[in-house]
Write a protein that binds this ligand. Structure first.
Ligand code: PLP
Length: 350
């Protein structure tokens, strides 16, 4: 067997930026502890690589969505706390009772299941207005959680990235109103954008995700957050086209004059979705290489008129600064990261 060569696309991952982002969010969280949401394989960049770095930097609270995700990183979380946001289904009980992580209980059914099994420490989610996961405030007030060993009582903000939305304050007050009503040792509300809403929103523990990975969900975070993921694609072919020629599927682009193109090994199957057609760009040094025509499944054409020296086999970095790439593509910053897919070589430095 001959080893397969490295693929023609890769994402460079800046571990120092990741750790720097966490330290900044930790500072901005004031006296509250700062955790890290590492669900969806660390938002696409790698949960294990993320946990290793953040645990070494002092992060002590990690969050995943499912028990399968918890099992992937549990060995790295010794001495730290790991929470499964989606709680416990019947089929999760064996692994949950083995104690690799705490379930975050979301429904009366989950609470009953955990109580009946004599489960140990857990977290609980209360729904304060998002109408997604969580127990009702009324049920918690009536004592639904009594008898459980609650580590963290949490809630989740629906509009944290819209600082002027009055719903933020209503949700905060609803959670605050439960202080002392359960035996919870800690309370937690803020995701990344919630941290920027200020001290009142921090409670005892914050739970950033997207901003760790270079997302900027709130203007106030912009000066503190650095890009972490840098996708790069290799040039598979160089091509010169003349005026009147078209490029790609459905011939949506027609050249007005002679043009130099590079065909890059990246496409919508790599999360580089068609929203980048005619709007995205790669860059070569400081020069922009705009995407020309429609993004294909595995390929995209970019104009290299501004850097004629680009040749077959060269690597070009895509513009993937998340706020800008989001504006260009119409995708959320979250989708841009979690959609990266499995064909990249993931290259960590730092
Ligand atoms: C994903 C998630 C977070 C992190 O949110 P970001 O917006 O990525 O910072 C925090 N809390 C809960 C409950 C989540 O599901």
């Amino acid at each position: 067997m001959v080893d397969a060569p490295q693929p023609p696309l890769r994402v460079r991952l800046d571990g120092e930026a990741l750790v720097g982002n966490w330290r900044a969010l930790d500072r901005l969280s004031g006296t509250a502890a700062c955790g890290a949401a590492v669900k969806a394989d660390g938002y696409g960049v790698g949960a294990r690589e993320t946990v290793e770095r953040l645990a070494a930097a002092g992060c002590r609270d990690f969050f995943v969505a499912t028990w399968a995700e918890a099992a992937e990183i549990a060995d790295l979380c010794v001495g730290a706390s790991l929470t499964v946001f989606h709680g416990v289904r019947e089929e999760d009980m064996d692994v949950a009772l083995a104690g690799i992580a705490r379930p975050c209980l979301n429904s009366p059914e989950q609470v009953e299941r955990w109580k009946a099994a004599g489960g140990g420490a857990c977290d609980a989610m209360v729904d304060t207005g998002m109408n997604r996961l969580g127990l009702s405030v009324a049920d918690v007030r009536k004592g639904l959680l009594d008898g459980l060993k609650i580590d963290t009582l949490m809630s989740h903000l629906a509009c944290a990235d819209e600082p002027d939305d009055p719903k933020n304050e209503r949700q905060r007050e609803a959670l605050e109103g439960l202080a002392g009503r359960t035996g919870a040792m800690r309370m937690s509300l803020a995701n990344s954008a919630g941290i920027a809403l200020g001290k009142k929103y921090h409670f005892n523990l914050t739970r950033p995700g997207i901003a760790l990975y270079g997302g900027v969900p709130a203007e106030a975070l912009a000066p503190h957050i650095r890009q972490v993921a840098f996708p790069e694609a290799q040039v598979i072919q160089r091509r010169a086209i003349g005026p009147g020629e078209t490029v790609g599927y459905n011939a949506i682009f027609t050249a007005g004059e002679a043009m130099e193109l590079a065909i890059l090994n990246i496409g919508y199957a790599d999360g580089y979705l068609r929203g980048f057609s005619g709007t995205g760009a790669a860059h070569c040094g400081k020069a922009d290489c705009p995407v020309i025509g429609r993004v294909s499944m595995d390929l995209v054409a970019v104009s290299v008129d501004a850097c004629a020296e680009v040749k077959e086999g060269d690597w070009l970095a895509l513009n993937y600064r998340l706020p800008e790439a989001s504006a260009q593509s119409g995708l959320s910053q979250y989708e841009l990261l979690t959609g990266l897919g499995h064909r990249y070589q993931r290259l960590w430095h730092g």
